[in-house]
Design a protein around this ligand. Structure first.
Ligand code: FES
Ligand SMILES: [Fe+2]
Length: 369
């Protein structure tokens, strides 16, 4: 090619990052066709609900009083009002629409229609519209497809890196802190940035102190076959030494995994990061081609969280610092690729994971037009 690049060494195009048409195709063929990461399950105690925006669809997650998890369209069956606001609260066993007070049980059944008796409304025929929901090691996935892909097979194709970390027993962890931020960038730019470390020395001076390998621009250590990279100062991903207990799935204080960092993507919309003492799941909620909301859930062993002196602040602050540094460069890329001059960027050997993501994404999305 005239610029010396082949398809294997090209980023996605300006159109892929910016166009409403591409975003709509992503909604149809990726976000609303397969499974999307939605939240950690332990945030939903029995009787609670939370609301997530899955690529433009407001989804209500509930856990009924028998402990079963449900996902519904956040829409009242009466005249279509949005049922619940906000992200999370205690539902107290039912959901009441703010418009005419139709009320639903947490399993979606319509249970009350004020001023209208059974002759006038067939309640049994009007439950909330349900979506498919699956839980894997405490990760809640939702599919809005009528006939979703088989979950286990889908995980093998799209979440191989998460499956390779299953030994850390995420299902036994609990969320000890949550942060949320908006990134004025396309969700794919955020994923691509996660997949390379050529930016690390310049953008993350504090992180490369903790993970010296990142100074080389490599993301993985070719000398190791467990996918880990060494942490310079023990078990923790924090700038100050913090004395939190090891995660239950870690081999012990001297084991390689206690002093390592492991990471991976959860296609299409998540990352998992594990250190000796904390696992962090970052979930991307695309809000259109130009904006992505990211939630970080910081997971610890339950006994760690229950300890009176538990303080996740150093871990949260350090990871927020790194995320803020990343978000600024992602926004800078969004601004740059918006230039009429930009057709595509260039990928190198050290961008191998970005190249892999680009191929995976294009295969999942399919051709335009
Ligand atoms: S729209 Fe919900 S009760 Fe009328
Ligand atoms: Fe980064």
């Amino acid at each position: 090619m005239a610029d010396g690049t082949s398809h294997d060494t090209r980023t996605l195009t300006r159109q892929d990052y910016l166009s409403d048409e591409v975003y709509e195709l992503e909604r149809q063929r990726i976000f609303h066709a397969g499974w999307m990461l939605a939240a950690r399950a332990d945030r939903l105690a029995a009787g609670n609900r939370t609301v997530v925006d899955l690529a433009g669809e407001s989804v209500l997650l509930t856990r009924d009083l028998k402990g079963r998890l449900h996902a519904f369209a956040n829409v009242c069956r009466h005249r279509g009002a949005r049922l619940c606001d906000g992200r999370s609260d205690t539902a107290q066993g039912s959901l009441m629409c703010p418009y005419h007070a139709w009320t639903y049980a947490l399993d979606g059944q319509l249970v009350a229609t004020p001023h209208l008796d059974d002759e006038q409304v067939d309640k049994a025929a009007l439950p909330l519209w349900a979506y498919h929901v699956r839980e894997w090691q405490g990760f809640v996935f939702v599919s809005m497809a009528k006939d979703p892909p088989a979950f286990d097979a889908w995980m093998e194709v799209h979440c191989a890196e998460l499956l390779s970390l299953a030994r850390f027993q995420f299902g036994g962890l609990r969320v000890g802190a949550i942060t949320t931020c908006d990134i004025a960038a396309n969700w794919k730019i955020v994923v691509e940035n996660y997949q390379e470390c050529l930016h690390c020395t310049r953008v993350h001076p504090e992180l490369v102190e903790l993970v010296p390998l990142y100074r080389t621009g490599w993301v993985t250590d070719s000398e190791r076959d467990d996918g880990g990279v060494a942490l310079a100062r023990g078990h923790s991903m924090a700038s100050d030494a913090v004395d939190l207990p090891l995660l239950p799935g870690i081999g012990g204080a001297d084991a390689a995994d206690a002093n390592s960092y492991y990471g991976g993507t959860i296609f299409p919309n998540g990352f998992i990061d594990v250190t000796g003492t904390c696992a962090i799941v970052s979930t991307l909620f695309p809000k259109g081609p130009h904006l992505t909301t990211m939630t970080m859930e910081f997971m610890f062993a339950p006994t760690t969280i229950e300890a009176p002196a538990f303080d996740p602040t150093p871990v949260v602050e350090f990871n927020e610092l790194v995320a803020t540094q990343d978000n600024l460069v992602c926004e800078r890329v969004q601004q740059g690729v918006s230039s009429r001059a930009f057709e595509h960027g260039v990928l190198t050997e050290k961008d191998a994971l970005v190249i892999a993501f680009t191929k995976h994404y294009l295969a999942a999305r399919g051709p335009l037009g």
